[in-house]
Write a protein that binds this ligand. Structure first.
Ligand SMILES: Cc1cc2nc3c(=O)[nH]c(=O)nc-3n(C[C@H](O)[C@H](O)[C@H](O)COP(=O)(O)OP(=O)(O)OC[C@H]3O[C@@H](n4cnc5c(N)ncnc54)[C@H](O)[C@@H]3O)c2cc1C
Length: 284
């Protein structure tokens, strides 16, 4: 299929983009890497009257360290994040997760902001941002506002983005010296969307885990914070008893739905496997 006809604009300044969003309202769609949007245009799942390409807007791209915060521009590609030494040092969770996103060709074009705005429940970046307690920076004609990643993802493919707003950047607190990160996922094939994935973070001293953040993808409509499993592992090593307690707690934390290929029961089992793998990786 081919997309229905649309107009195209490539603003050079944020103000110009805001004016286009205001003028066209719901009839306008932002275009970043196009790796999700173009497919949905071609399938006519979306039929906007105008695409507002953010590719020429200055200041939306790049990775920078500002004090103890890592700031990643919304238009930064998955591949740039994957290859960044600053990211590997200060937010290793992102470096570990990036290779799981699709294939290199898609990672070369797809962007952090596009992934967060899309809010696919099986995407890696939303879960990582919640695990890292990132802040998402939004801008509109009215100015800038910041929102915690945990508050940003509202429902299936639904975020806190308001009319006329776009994501400009993501702010991530740099990992503390004792902090360790682990990203694990299970997919049918390398490059496919995950069936279940887990973004994990903890402070580790003498193999004892503290301050855990365990955030699942693929088992709910948004990233899911597994608070029961986090409590079960808090202050413990990843020994068998602690792992069994954490796995049991997932019954309360998660309520996965079956999809075309995987039953809810299988997803629940996979989540238990991933908790054990992530905890061992954090403590090891
Ligand atoms: C075969 C295939 C496999 C894939 N596998 C995975 C995978 O395993 N994991 C994964 O996470 N993703 C996967 N993707 C999706 C890919 O990562 C996309 O690049 C990403 O989800 C969207 O980013 P984009 O820059 O291409 O956004 P676009 O496709 O351009 O836009 C996506 C949506 O976000 C909006 N948007 C874009 N930028 C902004 C912004 N700055 N502010 C507000 N709204 C914005 C657009 O209006 C649109 O609604 C896959 C894609 C394909 C084609």
């Amino acid at each position: 299929m081919k997309p229905s006809a649309f107009a195209y604009a490539r603003p050079r300044a944020l103000e110009e983009a805001f004016a286009l969003l205001e003028k066209h309202g719901d009839n306008a769609k932002l275009l970043a890497g196009g790796q999700s949007l173009v497919a949905s245009l071609n399938m006519r799942l979306a039929a906007p009257g105008i695409l507002v390409d953010i590719g020429a807007l200055a200041g939306l791209e790049g990775i920078a360290l500002k004090g103890k915060t890592l700031v990643i521009g919304a238009r930064t590609t998955h591949r740039a994040i994957e290859r960044s030494e600053i990211v590997a040092r200060h937010a290793p969770l992102l470096a570990q997760a990036a290779p799981h996103i699709a294939h290199v060709a898609i990672r070369n074009a797809g962007t952090l902001g596009g992934s967060l705005a899309l809010a696919d429940p099986a995407a890696e970046w939303p879960a990582c941002c919640v695990a890292l307690e990132a802040t998402i920076v939004l801008a509109s004609k009215k100015g800038e506002r910041r929102i915690a990643a945990a508050e940003f993802f509202r429902d299936l493919y639904t975020t806190a983005l308001g009319a006329g707003e776009l994501i400009t950047a993501v702010e991530i607190p740099c990992a503390a010296p004792e902090e360790r990160h682990a990203f694990v996922e299970l997919a049918r094939r390398r490059g496919d969307y995950a069936i279940v994935g887990l973004a994990a973070r903890a402070r580790v001293r003498n193999a004892v885990l503290a301050g855990l953040r365990l955030v699942f993808l693929g088992v709910g409509v948004t990233p899911v914070l597994a608070s029961g499993a986090m409590a079960a592992l808090e202050g413990r090593t990843a020994d068998d008893a602690a792992l069994r307690a954490a796995q049991a707690a997932l019954d309360r934390d998660l309520a996965p739905s079956a999809d075309l290929y995987t039953s809810a029961q299988a997803k629940r089992h996979m989540a238990g496997v991933l908790v054990a793998r992530a905890a061992a990786a954090l403590a090891g």
